[in-house]
Design a protein around this ligand. Structure first.
Ligand SMILES: Cc1ncc(COP(=O)(O)O)c(C=O)c1O
Length: 412
């Protein structure tokens, strides 16, 4: 019998209400969170779980990070929303701080990650039209197979996931997909109408896939040579997750455009951004793009605090150091139910021997033992805890994982 079969009390009630009234576009684990601090989530029945997902990296700085929550409280009492019809005293400082962190000139603030990606695609096309002189409707953008950039129609238009696309056509044209990690294939796909190459520096949803070391440097060189924008979707990989501020930093690569989201909102509000130099973001003029909530004072105050935290570097260091520990511990399970471990910093994709069960089954078994992870594809589990996790908590989580594998029939 599994956890899902034995739901009782407040948990069963909450899930029944979700199932009755919330669209079934997710398949969550049967855990009903009620409050959280740091790396720990407490459910409606008082059970505690070690969060090893961190809301897909949106909670990098821990649940209820005191500094972020204090900034949110202060701003809640002052001003929350004016739309972009007026200025606020929070937007300029936030954009200046984030541009500085990225080493770029300007910021376009949006809300969800998908909006940042959509905005990046629009900016690249507009840059192609205005700066490169590409004829109307002719622009193309090179993307990587098995990408995940969000869920809008244009974004799923270049997804290789049939479930994400099925029934949602007609799709947006203008994208060319080539294998991830293959810089020659990117170079071959670029023609005179190419405006951008869009990649995740490390593919997250695909299973934490780290490319060969020469991939990003070669993409940087080819984009510069062919006058094409290199757009890095750092929405999941960025903001300290991999042990650097950006995953691109591992290879010393600076893209033309950063797409940021998730942790930028401090685990409190949706806040995303496109960050680039003036010769790129300057192609947008009044009326050409926007969002009522983008850059609202509450989100901007929180975003400024997140940038302050990132400037201090403590979370980048934690992720780098504890990431080595997490990866070493997980690798010790290779041959005991684990086939491979990939990733960087506190971000690990763990392939499990399919004979032991699906990723979903193993996630359920781990939740029963108080550890929350999420499967990605088939039998891959993702470990991406809040970066406040301690070495002892990592040891405990990996210990529970070893027990789950042994229980499922792995050789110890
Ligand atoms: C790399 C990447 N880009 C974009 C998105 C979309 O972000 P959101 O769910 O906030 O729209 C995600 C979400 O997982 C992501 O991992």
């Amino acid at each position: 019998m599994t956890m899902a079969d034995t739901l009782t009390g407040a948990t069963a009630e909450a899930i029944a209400l979700d199932n009755a009234y919330a669209a079934h576009n997710y398949s969550p684990l049967p855990v009903v969170a009620s409050h959280a601090r740091g790396a720990w989530i407490t459910d409606v029945e008082g059970r505690r779980y070690l969060d090893c997902l961190a809301a897909y990296s949106a909670v990098n700085f821990g649940h209820h990070n005191d500094e972020i929550v204090a900034a949110a409280h202060r701003q809640l009492d002052a001003l929350t929303l004016v739309s972009r019809a007026f200025h606020s005293d929070q937007l300029g400082p936030f954009c200046a701080a984030l541009a500085g962190l990225c080493g770029k000139d300007m910021v376009l603030p949006m809300n969800s990650g998908a909006e940042a990606v959509e905005s990046g695609l629009k900016i690249a096309r507009k840059w192609g039209a205005d700066v490169k002189g590409i004829a109307a409707g002719m622009a193309n953008i090179v993307v990587a197979e098995n990408n995940f950039h969000g869920r809008t129609i244009s974004i799923v238009s270049f997804s290789s996931d049939d479930t994400a696309r099925g029934g949602f056509g007609p799709f947006t044209p203008g994208f060319r997909s080539v294998p991830f990690g293959d810089a020659d294939a990117v170079a071959a796909a670029i023609d005179e109408n190419t405006v951008a190459v869009l990649i995740e520096p490390i593919q997250g949803e695909a299973g934490i896939i780290v490319p060969p070391d020469d991939y990003l440097p070669r993409l940087r060189a080819v984009c510069t040579q062919r006058n094409v924008l290199l757009i890095a979707d750092e929405i999941q990989s960025g903001l300290a997750r991999t042990g650097h501020t950006f995953a691109c930093d591992h290879w010393g690569v600076v893209p033309d455009v950063y797409l940021l989201g998730k942790a930028l909102g401090g685990g409190v509000v949706p806040l995303s951004a496109v960050v680039a130099d003036r010769d790129i973001l300057g192609v947008l003029h009044p009326g050409e793009h926007g969002s009522t909530f983008g850059g609202n004072p509450l989100a901007a105050a929180i975003g400024s605090t997140v940038v302050d935290i990132l400037r201090r570097g403590e979370f980048q260091s934690r992720s780098a150091e504890l990431g080595l520990h997490l990866h070493a511990r997980l690798r010790s399970l290779i041959g005991h139910g684990v086939l491979a471990v990939r990733g960087m910093g506190l971000w690990a994709g763990v392939d499990i021997d399919e004979r032991l069960g699906t990723g979903k089954q193993l996630s359920l078994a781990l939740a029963e033992r108080g550890v929350l992870v999420k499967d990605t594809h088939g039998s891959t589990l993702r470990f991406a805890p809040p970066l406040v996790i301690t070495a002892e908590e990592i040891d405990w989580a990996v210990g529970q994982f070893a027990s789950v594998l042994a229980q499922a029939g792995a050789h110890s």
